[in-house]
Write a protein that binds this ligand. Structure first.
Ligand code: ATP
Ligand code: MG
Length: 747
């Protein structure tokens, strides 16, 4: 027990040990909400003796779930920790549907339609029915409707008398979309939640064993997730939620800040615990973040007490272009690494951007400066072309009914089947209410006739594709648990497709890096296969409930389905090594994906009007909260910056959130001087030991430790005369080594 409560403050202990059946912990960033929630899970196991298979814990990302699992295991041991039902709402719902979905007519081996599948289906419906609506907007609207629990019947009924054509067309598209998914035995992301609600409403017994439900980042749950929480805890109302209304940033995905109020209405006996001490950030970072969030005068003024020293004032820097901004960031990273000795390493730095496109210059500058970096969120590893093609093959092998996946790879690599033929095939399949796979295999076997005539070459191509799918499915159903091997399967597919040669031919410029990505996928498949073979994979079962039949895995096809579900539900570039320190890389992330995380040094570039707040957003409060979330990720150093020109060469204006005079007084416009006092405060905040003496590296090009080498209003010129307005960082090398380029200012 001591281990669980060790190092927690009074309020945190109260929350962890509270006997209250419904508990909410409301607290600002960095106050230990996630830490407290994790300790409470451990406490319920160790003190209250709850069965881990009956505890449901939801987090916001797969990464957060993994981290929480590790923390709990370190507190209560592997045996208990491993059995928790822990994951994102989506992954937990998928698990329930896999085991109990048959009770509401879902086959165990349903596939997951990812966002490109959904868009493909909608596009075809719009074309076939000659509707006059935008496919992407329709997809968003369908998704929003599902999140709000509005079915296509509701839309149809509501808009029956509507004169707005658009509404009626939307209702038709929504209905057809649902029909197509059902025919192909596919569920989209929203269905995972919606259908799980349906399951738990119709068969509440599925959750009769659940003893506790705990939810992190509750402020970003939506209507349907709230309903799920109520349903999951309907037998034993033991609920813990943690959240912070100031960090609600998923309004665009129908998250409802209102859920916090609903909590009190639905559960009037809720005990609320407030945490006020911030353990993450320096005093001056907190002060400036508070200054930003307090611009919203309608919010209650929450207390936030720093536990660390004041530290270095955050930097706000204007630079004259996005390219210069990127170069400045890279230089600041190198400068701080070089000047703080062993205090900082690359993985201590994060660059958080409002929109994915803002990373372009930064990636390029890091690449040229030899700074290793890793992209998180918004740029999915699994969305890369060379990976997506292979995954589509795997998805069809797992689930041949996925017509969109099949249509995407039917001519990749080329089988001499033209775009029009593919479209016609899809249409013909849809008209006959069958999947593309059923149509093609029927035609190949001679059981069906098609209006579409193939050339001999195309026919041969189709036969070899069909053989590959059949052969691969056979490989899967033949293997026993101890021999489950996705690598063999994947390699066989690549061999039959001559995949390496295909990449060389089609991407002569960067085929090597693409092949390296493919190898990464193979490595992931290998890890996954090993975990199935030795039984260390996440146990997907749910506790047995009397009189309620469960669907058991029938074959190792389930293994492949699970691998693909992990891929579909993952928002990360690749599964990360458990310890961040192993990958000594700077992280480049979207702000949204950085939620709940923390780094010693954080850069927030592109802080201009139009970027944050975003020009397309009409919710200023949510945009402000987004900046607040980004700023509060920083522990010791925070850099905000704004190019005065963006890529279109228009002048940009500093974000309105950063323009106040009070804030200006809290910020400095130059990178910090790394004196021993500064290094000492960094060490204190990070809980690290301070290097005894800071020295300038040889040939560094800096006059002194105080030197911020960037002119405030100029561009950089290297000693060889190169101007650094663009992206040449000359031959500057890794920090810690010599800087072979000396910078001088234009001034
Ligand atoms: P966010 O709102 O950003 O998700 P949070 O409230 O969940 O933040 P945590 O991530 O749990 O905060 O904690 C922030 C940091 O503070 C972590 O490094 C954590 O280990 C540390 N921390 C939390 N509580 C304590 C404590 N009582 N003593 C020392 N460090 C603590
Ligand atoms: Mg947290």
């Amino acid at each position: 027990m001591d281990t669980i409560l060790h190092g927690l403050n009074g309020a945190q202990r109260t929350a962890v040990t509270s006997p209250a059946s419904v508990l909410q912990i409301l607290a600002p960033p960095g106050s230990g909400k996630t830490k407290t929630l994790t300790a409470r899970v451990a406490y319920l196991l160790a003190h209250d003796g709850l069965d881990p298979t009956n505890i449901i814990v939801t987090t916001f990302t797969i990464k957060a779930a993994r981290e929480m699992g590790e923390r709990v295991r370190s507190l209560v041991g592997d045996d208990l920790g491993k059995k928790l039902v822990l994951g994102t709402f989506h992954s937990i719902c998928r698990r329930y549907l896999a085991v109990y979905g048959h009770l509401i007519g879902i086959q165990r081996r349903f596939g997951i339609a990812d966002s490109s599948d959904s868009l493909g289906i909608i596009k075809r419906i719009i074309k076939r029915l000659k509707l006059n609506i935008d496919p992407a907007a329709t997809r968003t609207r369908i998704s929003n409707s599902k999140a709000k629990g509005i079915s296509h019947d509701d839309v149809t009924a509501k808009n029956h008398t509507s004169k707005i054509l658009d509404q009626q067309e939307f209702a038709i598209a929504y209905r057809e979309y649902e029909l197509t998914l059902a025919q192909s035995n596919l569920l989209d992301f929203d269905d995972l939640l919606v259908r799980c609600v349906e399951l738990l409403q119709q068969h509440p017994k599925c959750v009769s064993k659940v003893q506790a439900v705990l939810i992190d980042e509750f402020q970003d749950t939506n209507h349907i997730q709230f309903e799920l929480m109520c349903l999951l805890s309907q037998y034993q109302k033991r609920i813990t939620i943690v959240g912070d209304p100031d960090q609600s940033i998923y309004g665009f995905r129908s998250a409802e800040i209102e859920n916090l109020k609903r909590m009190q209405q639905c559960y009037p006996d809720t005990l609320t615990v407030f945490l006020e001490q911030n353990y993450r950030s320096s005093g001056s970072i907190l002060l400036s973040a508070m200054e930003v969030i307090q611009q919203d005068s309608s919010r209650p003024n929450n207390n936030l007490i720093p536990t660390h020293c004041v530290g270095t004032r955050p930097v706000l820097r204007k630079l004259h272009s996005a390219a210069t901004e990127a170069l400045w960031i890279v230089t600041e990273i190198k400068r701080s690494l070089a000047l703080t000795g062993s205090l900082l390493r690359l993985s201590d730095f994060a660059i958080l951007v409002r929109s994915a496109f803002l990373s372009r210059h930064i990636e390029s500058a890091c690449g040229k400066a030899g700074i290793a970096y890793r992209m998180v969120g918004g740029w999915r590893f699994y969305d890369r072309l060379e990976i997506k093609i292979l995954l589509d093959y795997l998805r069809i092998i797992s689930h041949p009914g996925n017509s969109d996946a099949l249509a995407r790879i039917i001519n990749v690599p080329s089988r001499r089947i033209g775009e029009t033929t593919i479209k016609n095939l899809l249409e013909e399949a849809e008209t006959n209410s069958m999947t593309l796979w059923a149509l093609i295999s029927g035609v190949l076997r001679g059981n069906l006739t098609s209006k579409i005539k193939f050339t001999k070459v195309a026919q041969q191509g189709l036969s070899s594709l069909s053989n590959l799918i059949i052969e691969s499915r056979q490989m899967l159903s033949d293997c026993t648990k101890s021999k489950f091997n996705l690598v063999d399967l994947l390699e066989n597919v690549m061999k039959k497709l001559a995949y390496k040669e295909f990449l060389e031919k089609t991407h002569s410029e960067d085929h090597e890096s693409r092949w390296a990505n493919v190898q990464e996928l193979v490595a992931q498949a290998s890890d996954f296969s090993l975990s199935i073979q030795n039984g260390s994979d996440e146990d997907e079962s749910l506790p047995e409930v009397e009189e309620l039949p469960q669907q058991k895995p029938t074959s190792f096809e389930d293994g492949l389905a699970r691998f693909l579900a992990n891929v579909a539900l993952s928002s990360e570039i690749k599964p990360e090594d458990a310890q961040a320190g192993i990958n000594d890389q700077v992280v480049i992330s979207t702000i949204h994906a950085a939620k709940g995380l923390e780094w010693p040094v954080v850069f927030i570039p592109g802080a201009y009007q139009g970027s944050i707040p975003h020009s397309r957003s009409d919710d200023m409060d949510e945009e402000r909260r987004l900046l607040y979330v980004a700023m509060t990720r920083a522990k010791a150093l925070l850099y905000l910056s704004c190019p005065t020109k963006n890529s279109n060469q228009d002048c940009t204006k500093l974000s309105q959130f950063l323009s106040s005079e009070t804030l200006a007084a809290l910020l400095q416009n130059k990178g910090p001087s790394f004196t021993s006092v500064v290094a000492g405060s960094l060490a204190q905040i990070l809980g690290r030991s301070c290097p005894p003496k800071l020295t300038l590296p040889e040939n560094h090009g800096l006059k002194s430790l105080e030197d911020d080498i960037w002119p405030l209003n100029g561009e950089m010129v290297a000693n060889n005369g190169d101007r650094h307005d663009g992206l040449q960082l000359g031959n500057a090398q890794h920090a810690g080594e010599r800087w072979s380029t000396k910078f001088t200012s234009l001034e």
